[in-house]
Design a binder for this molecule. Structure first.
Ligand code: ADP
Length: 482
C-alpha cells in the first residue's frame, strides 16, 4: 500500500519516501533494461556477423580450390566435409553445382536439410554476398544460406555454383536461452531495485522522521527543548537552526504572554479590591452625605485609572491586529511638537521643570513626516509625560527633531531626570513593565505607555530607541522611515 500524507488543504500528497523510491526504481529499472537489451543485441549481431564472415571465407576458399585444382576431388571433399570445430555450434554444409545445375559434390545429408531450391540467387564471380539469407529448412532447421558463382580452372573449366549453408538452430537456442536468462535477471533486478529503493529512501529520511518525533514532543510546557544543530545531516542543519530560532521566539513570546496575563490580573485586582474594601467599609454603618461623596470621588479616581488601563490594552490589541491601519499624512512634525509642549506646559510649570523645543541645527530645513498625526501625537505625549514624571524640580525636558541624509526623520525627547538602570532598558517597552514604581512620585503609571509607543512605531514601520544613564537622564528617539 502506498502511503499518502494529507496536506493542509486536504489534498493527498505523495510522501518523499515514495517519490524517492519510485524515482530510484524507475532509474534503476531503466538502466537495467537498456543494458540487457544492448547485451542481447550485441551478442545476436556478433553471431550473425561471424556466421556471415565464415561463409564468405569458405566461398573464397572453394573458389581458390576450383581455380587451382578443379579436378582434385579429395581436396574438394575435404573442404566440403569440413566439420566446424567442436566449440562451434553451427553445422556447415557446402555444395558445388555444375553449369546445368547438376550436383558435382555436396556435404552428406545436405540434400535433406538444405535442398538446392531454397538457396538465393548467386553472387557474381568476383563478388562475395554482402550477407547470408535466413531460411527455415523443410525439417524445421534454421539455416543461413549463401550462394556464389565460381570459375573452375583447367581444360574442363567452366562456371560453378557454390551453395553454402550453416545450420544455426543451436545458435538460436542459445540466443533464446540467453533471452530467458536476461528476462530473469531483469525481474530479479526489478525486485531488488524496488527493495533497495525503499531501503535507501527510508534510511535517507530517518533523520527527518527523528526530527518529526522530536518536534511532536515539544508542547507548550516544553518550549525550552531544542533540536540542536550538531546531530543532523548537513541539509537539515539549517532547518533545525531555523526551528530552534522559532522556538526561541515562541518561548520568549510565551513567557511574555504569561507574564502579561499575570500582570494584567494583578493590575486589575488591586484597584478592584480597593474599591470593594472602601465600599464595604463605607457601608458598614450609616454615613454623612459628605462622607459618601468623598468615597464616590475616590472611587471615580480608581474607575478612571481602570478605564485608562483598559483603553490602553484595547489600543495595543487593535494595533497588533493584522487589520490595523494607519491613516498616514505628510505633515511638519514641528507644529505637532509645539502643540504637545503647550499642552504639557502647565504641568511642567507645576513641577518646576522647563519644557522646550530644542533648536535644530538646520531650523529652516523641511521636516516632512509621513505618519498618522493622531498616533504621532499619542506617542509623543507618552514620552513627554514620562519625561516630566521622572524629572524632578529644576530639571528640563527638550524635544527635538532631525533628519538623516536617507530621509529618515528622528523625533526625540530628552530629560535630565532619574534615568534608567542598564538592565531595565531592554524591558521598559514590555507591557506593564515598570522599573520600580516606588521611584516615581506619581504612582499612576500603568507600565503601558512605552508599549503603546513601540506599537505605534511598528505600525509606521519605524523604530524607537532609548539612551539612558542613571542619575543623568534619558533620551528616547522615534525614528520614522522616509
Ligand atoms: P509608566 O506608565 O509606568 O511610565 P511606561 O511604559 O511609560 O510606563 O514606562 C515604563 C518604565 O520605564 C517606567 O516605569 C519607568 O520606570 C521607565 N521610564 C520611562 N520613561 C522614563 C524616563 N524618561 N526616565 C526614567 N525612567 C523612565
Amino acid at each position: 500500500m502506498i502511503e499518502k500524507v494529507q496536506d493542509n488543504k486536504g489534498r493527498g500528497a505523495w510522501s518523499i519516501k515514495w517519490r524517492l523510491t519510485v524515482l530510484y526504481f524507475v532509474s534503476a529499472f531503466g538502466i537495467l533494461l537498456i543494458s540487457t537489451v544492448i547485451l542481447y543485441w550485441v551478442l545476436a549481431k556478433r553471431l550473425v556477423k561471424e556466421d556471415g564472415q565464415f561463409l564468405a571465407a569458405k566461398i573464397g576458399l572453394l573458389r581458390e580450390i576450383l581455380k587451382e585444382e578443379p579436378n582434385n576431388q579429395d581436396v574438394l571433399r575435404e573442404e566440403i566435409e569440413w566439420e566446424r570445430a567442436p566449440f562451434r555450434l553451427a553445422k556447415y554444409y557446402a555444395r558445388i553445382l555444375g553449369p546445368s545445375g547438376n550436383i558435382i559434390i555436396e556435404t552428406g545429408k545436405m540434400r535433406s536439410i538444405a535442398p538446392v531450391g531454397i538457396f538465393p540467387k548467386p553472387a557474381g564471380l568476383s563478388e562475395i554476398p554482402s550477407r547470408a539469407t535466413r531460411r527455415k529448412s523443410t525439417n524445421g532447421h534454421n539455416l543461413l544460406l549463401m550462394t556464389a558463382l565460381a570459375k573452375a580452372g583447367g581444360p574442363n573449366g567452366g562456371i560453378r555454383v557454390l551453395q553454402l549453408a550453416l545450420d544455426i538452430s543451436h545458435e538460436d537456442e542459445l540466443i533464446f536461452d540467453y533471452r530467458k536468462q536476461l528476462v530473469i535477471v531483469l525481474l530479479v533486478g526489478i525486485l531488488l531495485s524496488a527493495g533497495i529503493g525503499i531501503f535507501i529512501a527510508g534510511k535517507g529520511l530517518k533523520p527527518v522522521e527523528k526530527m518529526t518525533r522530536t518536534i511532536q514532543h515539544i508542547s507548550a510546557h516544553q518550549l525550552h527543548r531544542r533540536l540542536g544543530q550538531s546531530d543532523w545531516p548537513l541539509e537539515l542543519n539549517d532547518l533545525a537552526g531555523a526551528f530552534d530560532g522559532m522556538l526561541d521566539r515562541l518561548e520568549d513570546s510565551f513567557n511574555r504572554l504569561s507574564q502579561f496575563s499575570a500582570d494584567l490580573a494583578h493590575e486589575l485586582r488591586t484597584p478592584i479590591n480597593n474599591l470593594i474594601g472602601e465600599t464595604e467599609v463605607t457601608l458598614s454603618r450609616e454615613r454623612m452625605p459628605g462622607e459618601y461623596r468623598e468615597v464616590l470621588e475616590s472611587s471615580l479616581e480608581e474607575y478612571s485609572r481602570l478605564s485608562h488601563v483598559i483603553e490602553s490594552l484595547l489600543f495595543l490589541a487593535r494595533a497588533e491586529s493584522p487589520e490595523a491601519n494607519v491613516e498616514k499624512k505628510k505633515f511638519d512634525p514641528r507644529k505637532e511638537i509645539e502643540d504637545v509642549i503647550e499642552f504639557y506646559e502647565v504641568m511642567a510649570d507645576d513641577k518646576g521643570v522647563k519644557i522646550s523645543f530644542a533648536q535644530t541645527s538646520n531650523p529652516d530645513s523641511d521636516f516632512v513626516l509621513n505618519a498618522d498625526p493622531t498616533l504621532f501625537r499619542h506617542a509623543l505625549s507618552n514620552l513627554v509625560s514620562n519625561a516630566l514624571r521622572y524629572t524632578s524640580d529644576g530639571g528640563k525636558v527638550d524635544i527635538g527633531v532631525s533628519r538623516s541624509s536617507t530621509g529618515r526623520v528622528d523625533v526625540w525627547v530628552e530629560d535630565n531626570g532619574i534615568g534608567i538602570e542598564h538592565e531595565h532598558v531592554a524591558r521598559i517597552f514590555d507591557r506593564f513593565y515598570r522599573v520600580d514604581s516606588s521611584r516615581s512620585e506619581n504612582k499612576s503609571g500603568s507600565g503601558l505607555g512605552l508599549a503603546i509607543v513601540k506599537s505605534i512605531m511598528q505600525l509606521h514601520r519605524g523604530s524607537v530607541s532609548v539612551e539612558s544613564e542613571p542619575g543623568k537622564g534619558t533620551k528616547v528617539t522615534l525614528s520614522f522611515p522616509s
